[in-house]
Design a protein around this ligand. Structure first.
Ligand code: ATP
Ligand code: MG
Ligand code: MG
Ligand code: MG
Length: 470
């Protein structure tokens, strides 16, 4: 049964509404009230205080489609983009939440009900994992839901480190966390990859679609697990991953929204090879960059703004690689607003600003991009048998040509070359020391720049900071 991405989002929210959940809008990508978090990386973020018992809502069941960015911090997928079929810097996470209301049994049954009854996925394609010692979850899957025991995989603690397993979910180094059970979809044996827990699990055959977390603890900075006042449920399913399944394709990049963005990008840069990896990267990056600007992040040299700047520059470089001769990236924002109109209220309202910010950022970078790339080609030609670009070169590219180190790494990775990160960091240290010395004679601009990250963003107050209940 084919369903568009937009239809799946609606079906999900409707299903949980019919099970007594309040439909709540996505919160901003900038977690204004949480200094421990770089960007919103999961649906539960906006409910963190509710899980901790520090905040109360008028409802104890909620459902959302939350925009997320995973390009820094604990969950960082930037380096996966373009290399796996399933990772984006920006994605939507469909979620249902119980704040001290239902627990394991209902959470599992709801998830199974949505997948097998509403979406009518074939049960034999589904596989589940549980936390190694969670017999209760195992029994619910086997005895109450009827999943055969050989399709339920126990995932243990990583290398003996307690609570470090893939089946123990944590939002960050501190905060709400707990054991989880995850649902995987088997895309078929023509695709490389093994079952979760097997040595080949990093492949793309068995794709994790849904994580159902049993929120039980609040992890303290010293690692202590403090039990939460009321055991709760937090789930997250990647909308793009479930769309791929419903649209009969393997890669997320083949779903409706991405195909439209890829076509548009190809048209703008003037290429006809729609399967080009750079087009996928650009289609991914326009989503995170446009939504981040719409949510109030501005490119800068520190903190959130620097992550945004790095993603924009990576996209610009991929455009160059495809033969773009003119500033191009900002032209995708309007197409994105059309493709995601159901959930792009802020983006639509801010479109002129988003386009202007992206255009200016690209105009600035293209002034030095080509010369930087030439320098890098030189360095590559002089490498001999070495497999890493020296730290001094990476630093020069950073300092003189505006190449963030990860951008240089992205360019050379395509040729199976790495960068000397340690050497680069040492050069950065030297520069900091020089700046510090200079600053004793006047204003220390370096220190001022750092404030950028620590000062909460205060613009666009009315747009998306407040969670609106719809
Ligand atoms: P993976 O193991 O594939 O990296 P994850 O275990 O890190 O995923 P969770 O933190 O459990 O992901 O997030 C819940 C769900 O969100 C996942 O099951 C997946 O469907 C989706 N998801 C996570 N990261 C991404 C991403 N970078 N791009 C698209 N969807 C994602
Ligand atoms: Mg991950
Ligand atoms: Mg995982
Ligand atoms: Mg997971």
């Amino acid at each position: 049964m084919y369903m568009s991405t937009s239809e799946i989002r609606t079906a999900f929210l409707e299903y949980f509404r019919s099970q007594g959940h309040q439909v709540v809008s996505s919160s901003s990508l900038v977690p204004h009230n949480d200094p421990t978090l770089l960007f919103t990386n999961a649906g539960m973020n906006q409910f963190k205080d509710v899980f901790l018992g520090a905040d109360k809502r008028a409802y104890n069941r909620a459902t959302t489609s939350q925009r997320c960015v995973r390009a820094g911090g604990k969950h960082n997928d930037l380096e996966n983009v373009g290399y796996t079929a399933r990772h984006h810097t920006f994605f939507e996470m469909l979620g249902n939440f119980s704040f001290g209301d239902y627990f394991k049994q209902d959470a599992i049954k709801f998830a199974w009900g949505f997948l097998t009854e509403v979406l009518q996925l074939p049960k034999e394609r589904l596989l589940v994992t549980v936390y190694a010692t969670d017999d209760e979850a195992f029994d619910i899957w086997e005895k109450e839901v009827g999943v055969p025991a050989d399709r339920i995989v126990r995932i243990g603690d990583n290398k003996g480190a307690p609570y470090a397993s893939d089946n123990f979910w944590a939002m960050g180094d501190t905060g709400p966390c707990g054991p989880c059970t995850e649902i995987f979809y088997d895309h078929g044996d023509h695709i490389w990859g093994g079952r979760p827990g097997s040595p080949e699990e990093d492949g793309d055959r068995f794709i994790e679609i849904w994580n159902v977390v049993f929120m039980q603890f609040n992890r303290q900075a010293d690692g202590t697990m403090e039990p939460l006042p009321r055991p709760s449920v937090d789930t997250g399913m990647g909308l793009e991953r479930i769309s791929a399944i419903m649209q009969g394709v393997h890669s997320n990049y083949e779903i409706d929204i991405f195909q439209a963005l890829i076509k548009k990008a190809a048209e703008i840069v003037g290429t006809t090879d729609l399967s080009n990896q750079s087009l996928r990267v650009i289609a991914d990056h326009i989503r995170s960059c446009a939504f981040l600007v719409a949510d109030g992040v501005m490119p800068s040299n520190e903190g959130r703004g620097y992550v945004l700047r790095r993603i924009i520059r990576r996209a610009v470089r991929h455009g160059r690689k495809l033969g773009a001769t003119d500033v191009f990236f900002y032209k995708l924002a309007a197409e994105l607003a059309v493709q995601m109109k159901d959930v792009a209220e802020e983006l639509i309202a801010q479109l002129p600003l988003v386009e202007r910010v992206l255009r200016i950022e690209e105009e600035q970078f293209v002034r030095t991009l080509d010369r930087g790339l030439l320098l890098l080609e030189d360095a590559l030609a002089n490498l001999g048998d070495a497999k890493v670009i020296p730290g001094e070169v990476v630093f020069k590219l950073y300092d003189t040509y505006g190449f963030p180190a990860d951008l240089t790494a992205d360019v050379v990775r395509e040729r199976e070359i790495g960068i000397d990160e340690e050497g680069f960091n040492a050069e950065m240290e030297k520069q900091r020391a020089r700046a510090k010395e200079a600053s004793s004679f006047g204003v220390n601009y370096n220190e001022m720049l750092k404030l950028d990250f620590e000062t909460p963003f205060t613009g666009y107050k009315t747009l998306s900071e407040q969670t609106r209940v719809i």
